[in-house]
Design a protein around this ligand. Sequence first.
Ligand code: 2HG
Ligand code: ZN
Length: 467
Amino acid sequence: MLSSSIIKQLIAIVGEERLLLGPEDFQNYGIDRTTIWQANPCAVVLPGSTEEVQQIVLLAKEFNLAIVPSGGRTGLSGGAVAKDGEIVIALDRLNEIREFNSLDRTVTVGAGVITERLQKFAIDQGLFYPVDFASTGSSQIGGNIATNAGGINVIRYGMTRQWVAGLTVVTGAGDILELNRGLMKNNTGYDFRHLFIGSEGTLGLICEATIQLTKAPEETVVMVLGIDNFPAILDVLQIFTSKIDLTAFEFFSQLALDKVVAHQGHAVPFNTKAPFYALLEFETKGSEGLDLAMRLFEHCVDQRWVLDGVVSQSLSQASALWKLREDISETLWEFQPYKNDISVRVSRMPDFLVEVNELIERHYPDFDIVWYGHIGDGNLHLNILKPEQLSSEDFVSQCSAVSNEIGQLLAKYEGSVSAEHGVGLLKRDYLHYSRSPCEISLMRAVKSAFDPNGILNPGKLFEAQGQ
Ligand code: 2HG
Ligand code: ZN
């Protein structure tokens, strides 16, 4: 509970209507897409400018109050969960699109701009913002940057980091920093911009960003292939990427397809059933690209890697094929999945797949496992579905134990325990499988430089100091 004097001071900064104290607001703003923790903030504030964010941080610093920064709350690792009486600073009102420059191909946006709005803005300027994923309709650009969001186009365009040309942040010390200012070249020492990207709100609050846009791709088509076995997915990836610049290479299992078809009513891509499906997207460049893709497809069939396939004939067919992949995560929510978001280098994927598959079969003989992900980036989303008869607590504790073994395997393969969803609360105990003790202690030192009182998102990424 906040004291009435702090409540008064918050109202003086943001105005009465922008300070929310109701249980519904707490529920709405206090959690992300994870379902493990209960929302329990002490207040939700909605500042309207960077200066207001700064004043709130200075107040919180003076009274040693913890803050949880909040964007669209579509995260899957508990990075935006306020479970311990924190003040949630929601950036929804920083939602202006300003300063588009066609020569620089940059646009400056408030942190609260919804990702899809930025994508549409880019298209209206004849340009393209390539970071794309299923929750772009509600995620905010500030949250995307704080978690370095990935998605379905990483194989061609990289992660959010690649598209951030400048940032305005308020640090935990209450300083406003303008980082890189949209420059393409700027070799003037440490690039703090990159520290804030992916920092999960532990160093500062991102208030504004200058985003680099690019040329839109030419016409693209989507191909869905039925794949005979696990290793064959990588054979298909290898042959296609050696000849064609793909914009996406995703995969999903038959079980993932069954669930999406049953729950969303989508049509199957073709009648042949296959253990796995690969979804490829590429630019056609006239008929040349398509002819080449068809020849590669035939080669894959001859090799018995591919059992069947379909190529989109129209934009609407392409988007229907995309839905088979993009709707998997949402479809699985009702099964209370335990999520793994892991990666290894693509070249190590064949060996890693054999070992992780063996580990999963050994530990989860009776569980439904849904395999899917951005396999072209070396990123697997392994969702374990909760058996109905098992309690949530037992399920999470069993899965957490297996996560330690997956962590050990990832350490052996020099992989990552969180490829794109971030660490937050969910992956905190596994961070040491991907980062050395020296790195983790340097991370803590960086945090204390930007957030000396440890008020920003305490407990996310690593345990709060003194706990
Ligand atoms: C996706 O690729 C998202 O669909 C969500 O990153 C993955 O829910 C998941 O495990
Ligand atoms: Zn993903």
